[in-house]
Write a protein that binds this ligand. Structure first.
Ligand code: PLP
Length: 359
């Protein structure tokens, strides 16, 4: 399949490889494995803008095909694995990487092997991997152990590792920064996002720098990455052996792209900081109250924005982009946990109105 094969292929969303073909490490020979990822909305938040006194936009990456930004990198990683003749891919995952790898591998006809850490993988994500036919094993260890084991597998067996240490992942993910610049007509002043393994902050920073080099924008944002307080190795300056947070997608004790995160923060005069689980949950609920359903890790960006605002770091009137990395349907138990169960009432108007306080 060539990138521009026929009129039908270019209708609507075409996926990040076709949209940004000349900016990615692909050639006419690369078989494009896509689910039309990318081109996600950049939603203006009236409420957050008023709250922090700046223009706040939310990049809703939960609207990618498997419900997280991971698809941007996976389209490229799987396409390249296929191009290189690989028959199988492997990943370690707290959930979204495996959901995405499983879907794109299925699309490509490749075997997908997944190592998940013991416990704490959101049900929705595991369901996705299984639905797409991935071979899943739960290991007696945490994410960091799982990643080490997949690296060994990729070295000793003919399988391609598709964790974010696969350089094609970061290349694909940088396209989100291009989209932000396209939508705003410039870079934002502040860019705020969650940080787990730090591949994504590395990717955004690369994307913004390239956008500037190509003349699409003439300044770069300050990059602020937020870890959860119980899983904040970069903030502490050393690995965390037993990372803890309700936000499973960022429960990482030893980020694979640690250096990339530090580089993005330092070079952009930003910072890597942490937010408490309580603040993540509050941000999760306030986003939902505005109609935007995200998974907990994503809410770390909005919790982070509030922290920056409370410390006077949000210049009045500046433009801020918060990245909402994944969809709320991934782990709906958090919405249910905070809400009363629907009460059962007789099927008659009066009791219904009374219960709904609309009488
Ligand atoms: C993977 C993921 C993250 C963390 O991204 P990193 O690149 O590991 O820093 C955050 N949120 C969600 C929803 C994710 O799936």
């Amino acid at each position: 399949m060539s990138p521009n094969s026929g009129a039908l292929a270019v209708a609507g969303r075409r996926g990040v490889i076709r949209r940004y073909f000349e900016h990615l490490p692909v050639t006419e020979k690369t078989p494009i494995v896509t689910l039309d990822e990318g081109d996600t909305p950049l939603i203006f938040s009236e409420r957050l803008s008023q709250e922090v006194g700046a223009g706040v936009w939310l990049k809703y990456e939960g609207l990618n095909p498997t419900g997280s930004f991971k698809d941007r990198g996976m389209t490229l990683a799987i396409s390249k694995a296929l191009e290189e003749g690989s028959k199988a891919v492997v990943c370690a995952s707290t959930g979204n990487t495996s959901a995405s790898a499983a879907a794109y591998a299925a699309r490509a006809g490749l075997i997908c092997a997944v190592l998940i850490p013991e416990g704490n993988v959101a049900l929705g994500k595991l369901a996705q991997a299984l639905a797409h036919g991935a071979r899943v094993v739960e290991i007696e260890g945490n994410f960091d152990h799982a990643l080490t084991l997949t690296k060994e597998m990729a070295q000793s067996r003919p399988v391609t590792l598709v964790n974010s240490i696969n350089g094609f992942r970061v290349e694909g993910q940088k396209t989100a920064a291009y989209e932000v610049v396209e939508a705003l007509g410039s870079a934002p002043d502040l860019h705020v996002m969650p940080v787990g393994n730090a591949g994504n902050i590395t990717a955004y920073w690369r994307g913004y720098r390239e956008a500037a080099a190509k003349g699409w924008c003439d300044f770069l944002p300050r990059m602020f990455g937020f870890q959860a307080e119980g899983a904040n190795p970069i903030v502490r300056g050393h690995r965390v052996e037993d990372p803890r947070t309700v936000a499973t997608a960022i429960r990482i004790g030893n980020p694979a792209s640690w250096g990339g995160a530090v580089e993005a923060a330092d070079a952009s005069k930003g910072q890597i900081r942490s937010v408490r689980d309580k603040e993540i949950l509050e941000a999760y609920r306030s986003l939902a109250a505005e109609g935007i359903y995200v998974e907990l890790a994503s809410a770390a960006s909005v919790a982070g924005l509030r922290q920056l605002a409370s410390e006077g770091l949000v210049v009045p009137g500046c433009r801020v982009v918060c990245i909402l990395t994944g969809h709320g349907l991934k782990d709906p138990e958090w919405a249910l946990a905070g809400a009363p169960r629907p009460r059962r009432v007789p099927a008659a108007i009066e009791p219904i109105l009374e219960h709904l306080e609309l009488a």
